[in-house]
Unconditional design. Structure first.
Length: 234
């Protein structure tokens, strides 16, 4: 198969609905979409149903694209996400505070979070606010020198077992799990220009939230604010 178009594949999962969605990367134009409603009354993902759903649709998509699906972004709607909030305070000695200044304290926070996780993996790493010389900021200000700053952060984590179960299903179709996104987090950024949650997710993946620290070793063409500095491998 030859590469006809640059595309991105999403898989939306919750306990009562699966959606697979393929869109062109540059235009966000929908190429393929299919949905399965799960009638069974369950609060857990039905992996046997997911396997059947993918078995039906992967071949159809690859035939339509004349290309293989190599990886998938999973948007997961689940109550199994767990949030951890951590803060750090640093002396900056009157120097300029910028994204490079934050590399080490953010890395320290990530390591602290990981050391306290039991069978969980960090999915999103978010900076909630900055306290710079006793002044609060929601985003990192430009051209500011300070003596002391602190960061309030949030880590959104997920069970490794659940992630591995999703990966196991995808591997049957020779597809890797590119990234998991928390559906509730993605929905916070939906605006009037977004037709679907997948459009919103595309913006998040492309670095729309400047306060999200990149946690994967992949560099997108359009980099978010921190992507140039934080390529934290899981």
């Amino acid at each position: 198969m030859t590469n006809k178009v640059d595309f991105r594949t999403f898989l939306y999962l919750n306990h009562n609905q699966f959606i697979i969605y393929v869109a062109e990367i540059l235009t966000n134009e929908k190429i393929y979409s299919e949905k399965l409603e799960i009638e069974e009354n369950s609060k857990e993902l039905k992996f046997s149903k997911l396997d059947e759903f993918l078995n039906i649709n992967i071949f159809k998509i690859e035939k339509k694209l004349n290309n293989f699906i190599k990886d998938i972004y999973v948007i997961l709607d689940s109550n199994e996400f767990h949030s951890i909030k951590l803060s750090i305070k640093k002396n900056n000695n009157g120097n300029l505070i910028n994204s490079e200044t934050l590399i080490h304290p953010l890395n320290d926070l990530k390591n602290l979070c990981q050391s306290n996780l039991q069978n969980k993996k960090i999915i999103h790493f978010l900076i909630e606010k900055y306290l710079i010389d006793n002044k609060f900021f929601t985003t990192l200000p430009e051209n500011v020198n300070c003596n002391i700053f602190s960061l309030d952060t949030e880590f959104i984590c997920l069970s490794k077992n659940l992630i591995e179960n999703i990966e196991k299903i995808l591997k049957k179709y020779h597809i890797s799990l590119n990234q998991i996104l928390n559906a509730s987090y993605v929905k916070k950024f939906k605006d009037n220009t977004d037709n679907t949650i997948f459009t919103t997710a595309s913006r998040i993946i492309s670095g729309h939230n400047s306060n999200e620290v990149l946690l994967i070793g992949k560099i997108n063409k359009k980099q978010g604010f921190f992507e140039r500095f934080f390529n934290f491998f899981n």
